[in-house]
Design a binder for this molecule. Structure first.
Ligand code: BG6
Length: 479
């Protein structure tokens, strides 16, 4: 039997929360519809809410209906995968009940099933859950040969280097690295996976993808929305921990990594980690110059946010990599909520040689600029210089574009969660973050948080709906 077709029990801790509603239910439903789930499959929801199996199935049906297009029959049959155990994360009893259920399932199926634990909970619960998983023996596989046990943890993994190390030690006592799947949903996005195809399958890029060919790289993740209903989670966390330490640095590692020896999980994760390890820490004295932060106007009035909060909702960081390939190339990382537009993109500005055949006005260089759009537009635009038709030699910048949707005619890409859950069931860790990557990224982020903590960079208020350029300018003036 193929490993991923073995009977599998999927235990979701925090099964009545927002992640379940927004991401896990639609992802599982699509996998079910595509027949990608193992034939014998069961989801056990675990949470403190007072529900029984029928109540939970009712909730699952409602969640499904709200998120996917499906017939009532499909929804009913999908909901039969779900059962429920009530318990708190703190008390052992709940974990004992889970263990009993797992034992019962194995007897019913007459196998030692695969077990997948998903922590769909805020990170402050991780420690308690790990301790209880350990003491209840829940995560022990039956034997080396039969049935695997895996765990999926969401970002943020820790809130700084020290807490990430503590969590890692606890996880390490329970699981081998091969069993730990640290989720960063950006890695599951179609356009993010295309970065490697784009970089390593287009040979014309190879020779210029380094400090000799590239003048600057900017990675930006801008969002129109504010924190909305997520104030309690976001406040005290801030933009840098929320999307910088993970999504932006993962994009950076994919854009700047060396050619991997092979296209497999180990090689790719190793190369991504090497990039993150080459990020120099920023000294507290340099913080004001290289790591600016802002907060959108009215943030303090958001639901569940402390009115006098110092949490940043915008940051703009300048760094570079300390390695032979990229040394000296400025890398800008920028993200904000409450911005004018939704835009996730990487911009690569190529060098133009000096001395050059430049137009006479102010010795202006012809820069080729690559815009790699991740969302909402999905595609690539490369600015090229062309001769404007006519008797005079005038050169103009024009964009050569590739648009994913029109090229492949797909209405919607598969949700990253769908792909990532499937990869975890299949035992493919390529799109999950390794411990090396986590630690290296926290080391860099920690140095900024330390500097900000010592108020070496003022928190500048920007109007909601400001463009990235306006925000950056107001930060520059206030500094
Ligand atoms: C999440 C952050 O990890 O990523 C959110 O917690 C952010 O604050 C989100 O909005 C962005 O993800 P996406 O897929 O919508 O770009």
């Amino acid at each position: 039997m193929e490993k991923n077709t073995l009977p599998t029990v999927f235990v979701i801790l925090g099964a009545t929360g927002d992640l379940m509603r927004q991401k896990l239910i639609p992802a599982l439903f699509h996998l079910y519809k595509e027949k990608s789930l193992p034939e014998l499959f069961q989801v056990i929801g675990f949470s403190k809410d007072d529900l029984d199996k029928d109540g939970f199935r009712h909730m699952v049906r409602e969640m499904t209906q709200a998120k996917v297009q499906a017939t009532q029959e499909e929804i009913d049959s999908f909901s039969k995968f779900f059962v429920y155990e009530q318990g708190t994360f703190e008390k052992e009893e709940g974990y004992q009940k889970l263990a009993e259920f797992l034992g019962y399932k194995d007897k019913e199926w007459k196998v030692c099933s695969n077990k997948l634990f998903y922590l769909a909970v805020p990170p402050q619960h991780y420690k308690t859950i790990f301790e209880n998983l350990a003491s209840s023996g829940l995560t022990k596989p039956c034997s080396k040969e039969e049935g695997w046990t895996r765990v999926i943890v969401e970002k943020p993994f820790g809130k700084d280097l020290q807490t990430a190390q503590e969590l890692d030690r606890m996880l390490g006592a329970l699981f081998y690295e091969e069993q730990i799947y640290r989720m960063d949903h950006y890695l599951g996005k179609e356009t993010v996976q295309n970065i490697l195809a784009f970089r390593f399958s287009n040979s014309f890029l190879q020779d210029s993808w380094n400090k000799k060919g590239v003048e600057q790289i900017t990675i930006r993740l801008l969002e129109k929305e504010g924190v909305g209903e997520r104030g309690a989670f976001y406040d005290g966390l801030g933009a840098l921990r929320d999307v910088g330490q993970n999504h932006l640095l993962q994009l950076l590692s994919l854009f700047c990594m060396e050619t991997p020896l092979k296209f497999d999980g180990d090689s790719l994760r190793r190369e991504r980690a090497k990039v993150l390890k080459a990020l120099p820490t920023i000294s507290t004295d340099d913080i004001k110059t290289y790591a600016k932060r802002g907060q959108y106007e009215g943030y303090g009035e958001e639901k569940n946010v402390v009115q006098s909060s110092n949490t940043e909702t915008y940051f703009s960081i300048q760094t570079s990599l300390k390695n032979d390939t990229w040394e000296g190339v400025p890398i800008l990382l920028e993200s904000g909520k409450g911005m004018k537009e939704n835009l996730v993109e990487v911009e690569v500005v190529f060098r133009h040689p000096t001395p050059c055949l430049c137009p006479s006005e102010a010795n202006k260089h012809y820069h080729n600029v690559l815009h790699y759009f991740i969302q909402p537009k999905e595609g690539i635009a490369m600015s090229l210089w062309v001769k404007k038709p006519g008797p005079i030699m005038t050169i103009e910048e024009k964009a050569f574009t590739f648009d994913y949707k029109s090229a492949f005619g797909k209405e919607e890409f598969a949700d990253p969660y769908e792909r990532l859950l499937l990869n975890c069931i299949q035992g493919d860790q390529t799109l999950f973050v390794s411990t090396e990557e986590i630690m290296a990224s926290w080391k860099f982020v920690d140095s900024i948080l330390r500097g900000w903590g010592k108020t070496k960079a003022p928190l500048v208020v920007y109007p909601k709906g400001a463009s990235a350029i306006e925000t950056k300018l107001s930060l520059a003036v206030d500094n």
